[in-house]
Design a protein. Structure first.
Length: 100
């Protein structure tokens, strides 16, 4: 689990953009909602969280938006991807060595 908590989760939550759906009523089927994915809706999970009203209410006690933002700004997106790649390569190297 050290790989997940130290490398994968920070990359996914702070640096990897995700597409979030915009819900639009479907004109052909009244009462149905269609999910559309627009380029403007591409953002990291942290950016989505900070865009929510009263975002701090979703956080654990002792965690603030400012500390999360500071953590995200420690590395650029490219540096975080390179760090993840190196950690993943080291993980596979140890895994392959054990199975051989």
């Amino acid at each position: 689990m050290p790989f997940v908590s130290s490398s994968l989760n920070p990359y996914l939550n702070y640096h990897r953009p995700c597409l979030f759906a915009t819900e639009v009523p479907d004109p052909r089927k009244p009462g149905r909602i269609k999910r559309k994915y627009f380029p403007k809706d591409a953002m990291t999970p942290l950016e989505k969280l900070t865009g929510l009203p009263d975002a701090s209410s979703f956080l654990r006690p002792g965690i603030t938006i400012e500390t999360l933002t500071r953590t995200a700004c420690q590395l650029t997106d490219l540096q975080a991807a390179e760090q993840l790649y190196k950690a993943r390569a080291a993980l596979f190297k140890t895994t392959l060595r054990r199975t051989a």
